[in-house]
Design a protein around this ligand. Structure first.
Ligand SMILES: Cc1ncc(COP(=O)(O)O)c(C=O)c1O
Length: 382
């Protein structure tokens, strides 16, 4: 099936008992057995739950993993829980290569949690192919790609990163949170594992926290399923259901996110209070050509640098009325934030530091004219 159809139907057949067209929220911890050890497909909700299972089938389909290929998806309690499951694949002495502007939480997990277990890491500018190739060491087990990155919206060539990683015996993980499977298919491009914070565009309504890992390799899928049950960071059935409901409209939401973001980027590009606009859809973006080749649209995130420096960025972000001043992204409502003092505060003073005059916008689904008017009045105070 095509993407829009899978989003609504994959894993979401009418309920066999009642015919309900929406997958029910199976709020149960355990399932009755017909005889000791003989259950009807489910035994305990940490191991598996029908609502979560429906979400996992849908997520796998959206990332292009069909049942006959093997592989699949596991849904986790958060994006970071998905990252932590990947961490269990690593042993002391293993090395992980991160992008030099990875999401701060990813960086924190490797630098402050796994480092204590003897896993080493380094960060490199992955937009530079040669730097990426030379940074992979004999002991590198994972190359971690985010594309577009958060919040500088840099792109990494997934196909190239996959070849470079595989040539040295490492696996490629792609955090596909910003692009979503509607705009980008990392597994098709050669990645081994796709990670999502479903908290963002997949859930899409800023009302739940969740994550997922998707792979087209049956052995990895089996390992993740084992680890999810063994370590236990599962989403509850209501959270799984919220994400499942969200992804039904992912395609139409992403179309509008992209259209609104393109208009915002164009508006900001001509504004005297703005020093630089960062959006992969702008021809001036250093990797615009890669964006055209790798993505089916340019996404809903726009970053820009304020002419008024850090104080200007702060004033602007405090003056919007429709854009809520808040962390996170990917919901129907527009959000504004200053990464240096909000989402990326922990990265200041490190290789992952972001400019202090940077403002990040998650462009939502409100009417574009209202959004542009709001930005205009907020910029006039910066
Ligand atoms: C790109 C990216 N990956 C992963 C995460 C972590 O996801 P969660 O907050 O659902 O744990 C985030 C959260 O902001 C993110 O932006």
């Amino acid at each position: 099936m095509r993407f829009e159809t899978d989003a609504i139907h994959a894993g979401q057949e009418p309920d066999p008992t009642t015919g309900a067209v929406a997958v029910p929220i199976y709020a149960t911890s355990t399932f009755v057995q017909d005889a000791p050890g003989r259950h009807r497909g489910y035994e305990y909700s940490r191991t598996d739950n029908p609502t979560r299972h429906a979400l996992e089938v849908a997520l796998a389909a959206l990332e292009g993993v069909t049942p006959d290929m093997g592989g699949g998806a596991v849904a986790t309690a958060s994006g970071m829980a998905a990252t932590a499951l990947i961490g269990y694949l690593l042993r002391p002495g293993d090395h992980v290569l991160l992008p030099n502007d990875a999401y701060g939480g990813t960086f924190r997990f490797f630098a402050r949690v796994l480092a204590e277990q003897g896993v080493t890491w380094s960060a490199v500018d992955m937009t530079d192919r040669r730097l990426l190739e030379t940074a992979i060491r004999p002991e590198t087990k994972l190359v971690w790609v985010e594309t577009p990155t958060n919040p500088l919206l840099r792109l990494v060539d997934i196909g190239h990163a996959a070849s470079a990683a595989h040539a040295r015996g490492a696996r490629l993980v792609v955090d596909n949170t910003f692009a979503t499977p509607y705009l980008q298919h990392p597994l098709t491009a050669g990645a081994d594992i796709v990670l999502h914070s479903t908290t963002k565009y997949l859930g899409g309504h800023s009302d739940t926290i969740g994550g997922a890992l998707v792979t087209d390799q049956p052995d990895l899928d089996e390992r993740f399923r084992f680890l999810l049950n063994a370590a236990g960071p599962v989403p509850g059935p209501f959270d799984a259901w919220l994400v499942l409901r969200g992804i039904k409209t992912l395609a139409v939401r992403m179309e509008r996110h992209c259209a609104n973001a393109a208009r915002v980027a164009e508006f900001l590009s001509g504004h005297p209070a703005v020093r630089e606009v960062i959006y992969p859809g702008l021809p001036a973006h250093p990797q615009h050509e890669l964006a055209v080749r790798q993505m089916a649209g340019f996404g809903g995130m726009v970053s820009f640098r304020s002419m008024g420096g850090a104080p200007g960025a702060g004033r602007m972000a405090s003056s919007t009325r429709l854009f809520f001043l808040a962390e996170s992204l990917g919901g129907v409502e527009s959000l504004v934030e200053v990464p240096a003092v909000m989402t990326h505060a922990s990265a200041q003073g490190t290789a992952l530091e972001v400019p202090d005059d940077l403002v990040r916008l998650s462009v939502g689904l409100e009417h574009i004219d209202d959004l542009l008017e709001d930005l205009d009045q907020a910029l006039s105070s910066s």
